[in-house]
Design a protein around this ligand. Structure first.
Ligand SMILES: Cc1cc2nc3c(=O)[nH]c(=O)nc-3n(C[C@H](O)[C@H](O)[C@H](O)COP(=O)(O)OP(=O)(O)OC[C@H]3O[C@@H](n4cnc5c(N)ncnc54)[C@H](O)[C@@H]3O)c2cc1C
Length: 416
């Protein structure tokens, strides 16, 4: 017997992945009711609102992986979405630049990977073309990726939220349907019964038939309160950015990236022109003592204990000890950070950069210390859990939403 519920589906987390999932399901099943519960007083408060704003091409990811499939597809959908809804974006292209001989083999590997992933228009470039595209940048070889772009993912999230609450086809307030985006609603408990779950928040309890956990930096904890024991833990890594000053902005035209080291989980410090015209350099990657801590010395006892009492964290540290120490040094030394940047733009001076924003990545780590590389989305009875959605999940969000919609269609009884 069906129990009367407040919502057919409760999505936990108002970041871009939760919102894209709710949006896709609301379009596929206009008759059902969906609530997106967000603990902060606004949507996109964490990773979605603290990222580089790059529409990734998809050339780095292992062919056939979820990342490779959803990034390329998500990019195309994202651009169409931005066009349709007048969200500012630009396909400005990027270059990946090798500055040392020892990077050339990896550069080659990235290029072949890009070809295998069928990334449009990529080409190898030499030092002359590097300085033609980016006059202040120096390198010995590179790849030009013309389909990379920039966008403000917070704007995308806001539009998705607006469309979720509007009836399909309508957008005015009076056309609002039964869907809700409820901010300042932190989910603290999910009490599962046979045909429904009571989702308890700090602001009321809602009975829902199905749950979708898209809680980003908190997704492992939310899985646990839903009765699911995930075989991973979120270990947070903060990334600090510097901004180029008004006078130095001309030194970067678009996007300049290093050659990624396949042994490391993060891309490395890059230069990004943002859609608002500012230019960011970063981020680095340091272990964070607070999951949602954006300051260099932020600390939270529960977050630190959960990360540091996890054997996977120590195994990860041991494996990347040297890298971790150098990233820490860079986090506290502007001189070292600048040295990393000058590898690409030798003329950069200390007075050209000023401290900028920071973001915290939700890095899922397995008990053996392996950082989970691919997106991980698991289905359980009556629930779906997004357990790893790091970069490029913002680019891929609409394709991830399609995938979650497909799982929901197959496993939830949503009717026609
Ligand atoms: C520094 C940095 C740079 C990046 N750059 C890029 C880039 O250029 N391009 C790209 O494609 N990707 C980039 N990414 C990755 C991208 O930002 C993330 O993959 C994406 O934003 C993940 O979205 P999400 O919805 O899963 O998580 P989030 O945006 O973190 O959203 C999760 C939400 O869940 C909420 N929540 C948590 N617990 C609860 C609870 N108990 N109850 C209710 N709500 C809860 C949180 O408050 C949060 O709003 C970057 C990430 C970082 C950190």
């Amino acid at each position: 017997m069906k129990h009367k519920v407040d919502y057919d589906i409760v999505v936990i987390g108002g970041g871009i992945v939760g919102l894209a999932s709710a949006y896709k399901i609301s379009r596929n099943y206009p008759a059902i009711s969906i609530a997106v519960l967000e603990k902060e007083d606004k949507i996109a408060a964490h990773q979605t609102g603290h990222n580089s704003g790059v529409i990734h091409s998809g050339l780095y990811y292992k062919p056939g992986s979820n990342k490779a499939k959803t990034c390329a597809e998500g990019r195309k959908q994202l651009i169409a979405f931005a066009k349709e809804h007048n969200i500012a974006y630009e396909i400005c292209g990027k270059i990946i630049v090798a500055t040392r001989e020892k990077e050339l083999a990896n550069l080659e590997r990235v290029f072949s990977n890009g070809l295998e992933n069928q990334i449009e228009g990529i080409e190898k470039i030499g030092p002359d073309e590097i300085s033609e595209i980016e006059p202040f940048c120096r390198g010995i070889a590179g790849i030009r990726v013309p389909c990379t772009g920039i966008i403000d993912f917070t704007e995308v999230a806001k539009k998705l939220a607006e469309l979720i609450v509007a009836r399909p086809g309508g957008s005015r307030q009076e056309e609002q349907g039964q869907n809700k985006i409820l901010t300042s609603h932190k989910v603290v408990l999910c009490d599962k019964h046979d045909y429904f779950t009571n989702v308890v928040t700090n602001n009321g309890t809602f009975a829902a038939r199905y749950i979708i956990n898209c809680a980003g930096l908190q997704c492992d904890r939310v899985a646990k309160i839903c009765g699911v024991e995930p075989k991973m833990r979120i270990v947070p890594f903060r990334g600090d950015y510097y901004d180029l000053t008004e006078q130095a902005k001309e030194k970067v035209k678009n996007l300049i990236y290093p050659v990624p080291d396949p042994q490391l989980p993060f891309l490395g410090v890059h230069f990004t022109r943002r859609i608002d015209g500012s230019v960011e350099c970063g981020p680095n990657a340091v272990f964070s003592f607070k999951r949602e801590g954006y300051g260099k010395t932020d600390f939270n006892i529960r977050d630190s204990w959960e990360s540091l009492s996890y054997r996977g964290t120590w195994k990860l540290f041991r494996r990347h000890f040297k890298y971790g120490i150098s990233e820490y040094a860079r986090a506290f030394s502007r001189k070292l950070f600048l040295r990393g940047l000058r590898r690409f733009i030798p003329s950069l001076q200390a007075e050209d950069i000023k401290p900028g924003n920071a973001g915290v990545r939700a890095q899922a780590v397995e008990p053996n210390g392996e950082p989970l590389d691919d997106f991980r989305i698991e289905k359980r009875e009556g629930s779906i859990h997004v357990l790893n959605a790091p970069s490029p999940a913002a680019t891929a969000s609409l394709a991830i939403g399609d995938y979650i919609n497909q799982i929901a269609s197959e496993h939830f009884e949503l009717g026609d």
